[in-house]
Write a protein that binds this ligand. Structure first.
Ligand code: ACM
Ligand code: ZN
Length: 726
């Protein structure tokens, strides 16, 4: 048994002790003999000022018990769940004590939030099905003991980009529920970007009328796919109020973000005059200007209107105003911005960014708000020191802002950007890192080299999901990218450093927490099986309790009806084996056997109706890594891969454009296959420039025929087909 399986066994054996399986791990927990059973007749005892929390608890217990529990201000001697807030126990802010005896349960919060978190922990101690809120559960027993718990950081955030891919109101409410179950308390809501403006502003209704959609006749081009459709959505102010109330009830503060002065293509598509006077000439030189003119006074009046409405909608004392990735070429080419730089003695565009933030701060102060920004905004050394900064690129970026004395939210992309792939080839991007939950879990301030002096300025930590490729990857993308990494993140944010131990956490995930995610309806990523090949046999293992492993031996993708792995498979032909973990409707990525050569690289010739330039080699985002055309595609353009000899493969993935993002692609097209090299027959349609085929017999050529006029880019990139050994 490896050390992981030993710790899993330990978790399973002691699972009935108090607090086992809780995520995030509590500060301390002690167990005692005995149990208490919640059943009809159990009452919830609470002072009416916290009645909403009693009703919240009851909304989970009622379906499980089969009838509503009585909520009373009385304090019964037996058979009750008592909810109270008290300062007497000396609990830190947001802390709670959960006491379970044979006569009942007492949850004591240091404050309202602490009481809420005690209830969240109580829910985790019940069968996982409690989260489904449907169907009775036979026994709702709790083991006796005491949990004492409070958070490590006051700021435990999640950033959601709803601009690139829209998450509708119901989806946002679901995110809030799941954040609360993991004791996360800040939703940083990225409401605008180049690709959309998502929030209704009553004084400027055009922002959503024309800025919330892309494609069709809308001014925003569909650069993240959905080529033939109009794509988008927005939140009305009523939606916002409903979402804010829902969040407040779950002790979550929503910090809205309007990303300025860069990332502003959406607002500039609606109001082109907000750009610099140089925009037209830059556009004709092939740029897409997306930065507000800092010298245009009318822009501040527009932003004042927007911030005023935002201030009234969001109770948070912070509004995030962006500041990241500003392309200075627009200010450099603008006579007005240049004159402003001379007037203020600025010699760098970073100071212009800082100046813009000073102006924003003045506006926000009028409405009683503070500003939050991304870390580039500190580079001009003229950002007001009472600004909260989000350090995002990597640990060095966070240290930069801590070192300058800014209260900093730590969110290095290399650990906490959940749009990064979890292993090579999975959904998501790769520019910062490829990592799974173990890396997220490993984040450690001392280990990362953040000095104790710098640590004084840490406001908290935040994970993020940018959604450039959300729409392309379908509705399950949000859940797949954040779960289970956000579970690991919650423990980094909440639990004391010394209480964190990877094997123990992974054991809790596998023994119980995945099951809770199932009951919550979350579609999470599953760790692939652990494979070994020794003595002529393949062995496969998964620590996930209740999961099964299925496999194929012909290079195709394992499916729910593929052969079930039941024990070592004797074979000397490992190259064509693929294994996948299946668990309650979810599946892991499929993996080949270590040491196998699972891919074919047959020789082929590429021909096209578009002029072709051969690649010269480079990384994923590097154009040199791809064959490319020297113009964009038109309807009827084709690309043909002709193989030197017939190819027999398990599966073949064809990809136009970047493999992980619909750019430089053939947006819509037919794919044809030829078995003799001359006659072609239909094989399928490109979806966002891609297709995976499992040809049943040897073939000679593959042809892609474009059905789209253009792709928003100046070329088409073509990656070699990826083929598995049959
Ligand atoms: C960012 O990822 N551009 C903040
Ligand atoms: Zn300008």
């Amino acid at each position: 048994m490896n050390k992981f399986f030993i710790s899993l066994a330990a978790v399973c054996c002691t699972f009935l002790a108090v607090g086992q399986g809780i995520v995030p791990q509590p500060v301390s927990q002690t167990s005692r003999e005995g149990r208490f059973a919640i059943r009809s007749g159990t009452v919830i005892s609470v002072d009416e000022s916290y009645g909403d929390l009693a009703r919240y608890l009851n909304s989970y217990l009622q379906p499980a018990v089969g009838s509503s529990l009585e909520i009373t201000a009385q304090i019964p001697e037996r058979n009750s769940i008592r909810l109270q807030v008290s300062e007497d126990k000396g609990l830190p802010a947001e802390g709670y004590e959960l006491e379970i005896n044979q006569t009942g349960v007492t949850v004591t919060g240091a404050d309202r939030t602490g009481l809420h978190y005690g209830i969240e922990t109580l829910l985790q101690m019940l069968p996982a099905e409690i989260y489904a809120r449907e169907g009775t559960i036979e026994t709702l027993e709790l083991p006796c003991g005491t949990i004492w718990d409070y958070p490590r950081f006051a700021y435990r955030g999640f950033m959601l980009d709803v601009a690139r891919t829209f998450t509708d109101k119901e989806g946002v409410l679901q995110v809030l529920d799941r954040m609360a179950h993991h004791k996360l308390n800040k939703l940083h809501w990225h409401l605008t970007d180049d690709d959309a403006w998502r929030i209704e502003i009553k004084s400027h209704p055009e922002l959503i009328d024309r800025g919330a959609f892309r494609g069709g006749d809308y001014p925003i081009r569909p650069r993240y796919g959905a080529w033939n459709q109009v794509y988008g959505g927005y939140y009305t102010q009523d939606d916002i109020r409903e979402i804010v109330d829902y969040a407040t009830a779950r002790d979550i503060e929503i910090i809205p973000e309007i990303d300025l002065p860069g990332h502003s293509l959406a607002i500039a598509s609606v109001f082109p005059e907000v750009l610099c006077r140089s925009a037209d000439s830059l556009r004709s030189a092939g740029f897409t200007p997306n930065v507000l003119c800092v010298a245009r006074e009318e822009n501040y009046a527009l932003l004042d209107d927007i911030m005023h409405e935002l201030s009234e909608l969001f109770p948070s004392s912070y509004i995030h105003v962006g500041g990241d990735e500003v392309d200075p070429s627009q200010w450099n080419a603008c006579p007005d911005c240049q004159a402003l730089m001379v007037r203020h003695g600025f010699d760098s565009p970073n100071q212009v960014n800082g100046y813009f933030m000073q102006r924003m701060q003045k506006i926000l102060r009028k409405y009683g708000k503070h500003q939050a920004v991304w870390s580039e905004a500190v580079d001009g050394d003229n950002l007001p020191l009472d600004t909260r900064v989000h350090g995002w690129k990597n640990v060095a970026d966070c240290r930069k802002t801590l070192g300058k004395g800014y209260s900093t939210v730590i969110m290095p992309a290399t650990y906490f950007y959940f749009d990064m792939q979890q292993s090579p080839g999975e959904p998501g991007l790769t520019w910062a890192a490829i990592f799974d939950m173990e890396k997220t879990y490993s984040f450690d301030f001392d280990g990362a080299g953040i000095t104790s002096e710098e640590q004084k300025y840490i406001a908290g930590i935040e994970c993020a999901l940018w959604m450039e490729v959300g729409r392309t990857n379908g509705p399950g993308y949000l859940d797949y990218q954040i779960f289970p990494r956000i579970c690991a993140f919650s423990e980094v944010a909440w639990s004391p450093r010394e209480a964190r131990q990877w094997e123990n956490f992974y054991g809790r995930m596998n023994a119980t927490h995945y099951n809770r995610l199932v009951a919550m309806g979350a579609g999470f990523r599953i760790t692939p099986p652990v494979l070994t090949y020794a003595n002529g046999a393949i062995t496969a293992m998964t620590p996930l309790v209740g999961a099964e492993i299925r496999y194929t031996s012909d290079g195709t993708e394992p499916q729910a009806d593929s052969p079930l792995y039941t024990g070592p498979i004797a074979t000397d032909k490992i190259d064509s084996y693929w294994f996948t973990v299946f668990y309650k409707g979810r599946k892991s990525p499929s993996v080949p056997v270590p040491g196998a050569n699972p891919y074919l690289t047959p020789k082929f010739t590429l021909t096209s109706s578009m002029p072709l330039e051969r690649r010269t080699g480079g990384g994923d985002f590097d154009a040199r890594n791809y064959d490319r055309t020297s113009r964009t595609c038109q309807v009827g353009d084709y690309v043909t891969y002709t193989f030197d000899s017939p190819v027999s493969c398990g599966r073949m993935s064809i990809c136009t454009g970047y493999p992980f993002m619909p750019k430089f692609y053939i947006p819509v097209g037919k794919v044809e296959i030829s078995y003799d090299g001359t006659t072609f027959e239909p094989a399928g349609d490109l979806v966002d420039g891609r297709i995976t085929l499992e040809p049943s017999r040897p073939f000679r050529a593959i042809r892609i025929v474009s059905e789209s006029d253009g792709n928003c880019d100046s070329a088409v990139y073509l990656r070699d087909p990826i083929m598995t050994v049959k």
